[in-house]
Design a protein around this ligand. Structure first.
Ligand code: ADE
Length: 277
């Protein structure tokens, strides 16, 4: 049985939506919130993954619904929130965890690849925030947390995702201002290198490189999915009642140290810069 560091029953009676809840960090967040008494709703594109997490949460005594939804499609997002209201009668909080990207140098990203990543990580998160605000939070208040990434010194080999996540950080600030009048708090969590199930999707050579990366983190290890979940729970909880528009790094101080895994190729391209002639 999962034991949470937070007070038992902290989210009793609350309904919390978690996108991308079928694996990795989303699954960890959903399990943690369910153990704390929330009714969790997990969405994603793959029914089997959602059903597996649903069974796991139920086995831990939690209350959970799973709904298939592609967050890139605003109609599907509207339907999702209509179904949550129908099933659960309220929607107290939203965790925008769904995301995805692929490794590529910027110059090789096609329009299709670029748009897909922007739509998932930025536009999809916006659709989710907007729907939650429209159907419930505008009238009743609420809390939103979006998962971003360690993008503070650029995001080499993932330019599309870095641009989308930076967009989300600014969107978080804007919505914190526009929606303060509705008692909606909105924050983001920026995980560093996390030992999550998502890492296994990378090819073996990338995984071998990833295994070396903890050397470049002051904490000298990867973070865990549950450490990210704990930051999300904190931001959703009354402990964060005066926090809005903030992005909380969960990275073992990694963003203060070396840029993990990216080495500038040796070159002399700047030699002629700064010459007088
Ligand atoms: N997880 C990754 N991409 C997603 C999408 N487009 N919709 C829902 N969950 C996702």
């Amino acid at each position: 049985m999962l034991r949470s560091i937070f007070r038992e029953r902290l989210f009793d009676g609350h309904v919390i939506m978690i996108s991308g809840g079928g694996s990795g960090i989303g699954r960890a967040i959903a399990r943690e919130l369910a153990v704390l008494g929330a009714t969790v709703v997990i969405c994603g594109r793959t029914l089997e993954k959602l059903e597996a997490v649903k069974a796991e949460i139920e086995a831990e005594g939690g209350k959970v619904h799973s709904i298939v939804c592609n967050i890139r499609d605003e109609e599907q997002v509207k339907q999702l929130f209509a179904q949550i209201l129908e099933k659960c009668g309220r929607i107290d909080a939203l965790v925008n965890n769904a995301g995805g990207q692929f490794l590529s140098p910027a110059e090789a990203i096609t329009a299709k690849g670029w748009n897909a990543v922007i739509e998932t990580n930025l536009t999809g998160a916006f659709f989710m925030c907007k729907a939650a605000q429209q159907v419930w939070m505008k009238e009743h208040g609420g809390a939103i947390v979006t998962i971003v990434a360690d993008i503070w010194r650029g995001f080499p080999n993932m330019a599309h995702s870095g641009a989308a996540r930076a967009g989300v950080v600014n969107l978080t600030q804007t919505l914190a201002l526009e929606w303060a009048q509705y008692a909606i708090r909105i924050n983001a969590v920026a995980p560093g290198l996390i030992d999550s199930s998502g890492l296994s999707k990378y090819p073996p050579e990338v995984q071998a490189m990833l295994a070396q990366l903890p050397r470049d983190i002051p904490a000298q290890r990867m973070g865990t999915e549950r450490e990210v979940a704990a930051a999300v729970v904190f931001l959703l909880s009354p402990a964060a009642a005066f926090i809005s528009g903030e992005t909380l790094k969960v990275d073992g101080a990694g963003s203060l140290y070396r840029l993990q895994g990216y080495v500038i190729p040796e070159h002399t391209a700047w030699e002629s810069y700064g010459e007088d002639s």
